[in-house]
Design a binder for this molecule. Structure first.
Ligand SMILES: [Mg+2]
Length: 328
């Protein structure tokens, strides 16, 4: 009885600690070792973003694998949630293994996999016009969803002549837009033409504006830029599968029952990762190793605009790899 009471009191204290820091932009580095341990005790499930948190392209962030594996060793359930649509779950599983992250395929929630699941759930039996890459086609193959060929598609002769002779492929019931390095005017034309039919589904894997890049002179446009171009000419808004869309949370709830208050979302981008966490009532931890800069978040915290307040995380840390040094 007393033990149960103590346990309840302990859980309540932890809950209050996490509540106290709600969207407060608390630096984990400014907490005592005991407080960091209480923070870690306050969640059972971890959703971690990948690009900018675990790795940058093919370079692993030092200390991140140890931090994620440490949380797993404490019995936390880990999900790898990525908006990147260029890789399928097998690719990501291999990447995790190579970089030292322990993972199972079912723990990987990529926007390509989730897009395939979304169509499958709707018993979709037509063809998909894809503006995207093999990450999508391989996930579609796994669930037998048919699609038109992907790859470069450009005007090989006069555009007006092309338009005069253009015919829509029959049986296309969805346009899926993700990252496509071969984005072209013709692809925009085709996507918008299929989307003229109001019954044709319009799905965006994600709307990230840019990728994090090591070279500060380069801006690497993300799927968001491609989605926006098609949204503009199609004059329609897509269903968003990736973060901050909450479909990902529904998909996770189907695999394991999670308590939002005891779930932690880790990410490097506030308008996807942290916003998803806010929308779902999760605790949130921003890492400063990727896209969002601390100065931006400080501005959002002071803002009187609620939409900007929703981008503010509960906690932040310079990089995930610093976590272990704060508890040891
Ligand atoms: Mg990221």
């Amino acid at each position: 009885m007393i033990r149960q009471f103590r346990k309840k009191l302990f859980r309540a204290t932890i809950y209050n600690i996490s509540k106290m820091h709600k969207r407060n932009l608390t630096s984990l580095a400014n907490l005592s070792k005991t407080e960091v341990k209480q923070f870690i005790d306050s969640f059972d499930v971890v959703l971690t973003d990948c690009d900018g948190v675990l790795w940058l392209d093919n370079k692993v962030y030092e200390g991140s694998p140890e931090a994620v594996n440490y949380l797993r060793s404490l019995g936390k359930k880990i999900f790898y949630v990525t908006n990147n649509s260029t890789k399928n779950r097998d690719d990501l599983q291999q990447k995790n293994e190579k970089m030292g992250y322990i993972s199972k395929k079912e723990e990987i929630m990529s926007s390509a996999y989730l897009t395939a699941s979304y169509l499958k759930e709707r018993s979709f039996n037509k063809k998909v016009y894809i503006v995207g890459s093999k990450g999508l086609t391989s996930e579609f193959d796994e669930v037998n969803i048919k699609y038109l060929p992907i790859g470069p598609d450009i005007v090989e002769y006069n555009l007006l002549e092309y338009i005069d002779n253009f015919k829509l492929e029959p049986d296309v019931g969805a346009v899926v837009v993700g990252f496509d390095e071969h984005i072209s005017y013709i692809k925009m034309l085709k996507a918008a033409s299929y989307l003229n039919d109001p019954n044709c589904l319009f799905i965006a894997t994600n709307t990230d504006e840019r990728f994090p890049v090591g070279n500060s002179q380069v801006v690497k446009p993300g799927s968001g830029a491609i989605v926006k171009s098609i949204e503009t000419c199609a004059e329609r808004k897509p269903v968003l599968i990736g973060k901050p869309g909450t479909y990902i949370a529904q998909a996770i709830q189907k695999t394991c029952k999670i308590d939002p208050q005891r779930t932690l979302m880790i990410g490097d981008r506030c308008n996807t990762d942290i916003l998803l966490g806010t929308r779902c009532g999760y605790q949130t931890l921003l890492v400063l190793s990727g896209v969002t800069k601390l100065e931006e978040v400080q501005k959002w915290k002071e803002s009187s605009n609620k939409e900007e307040n929703d981008l503010v995380p509960d906690f932040y840390i310079n990089k995930l790899g610093d976590l272990l040094s704060l508890v040891n």
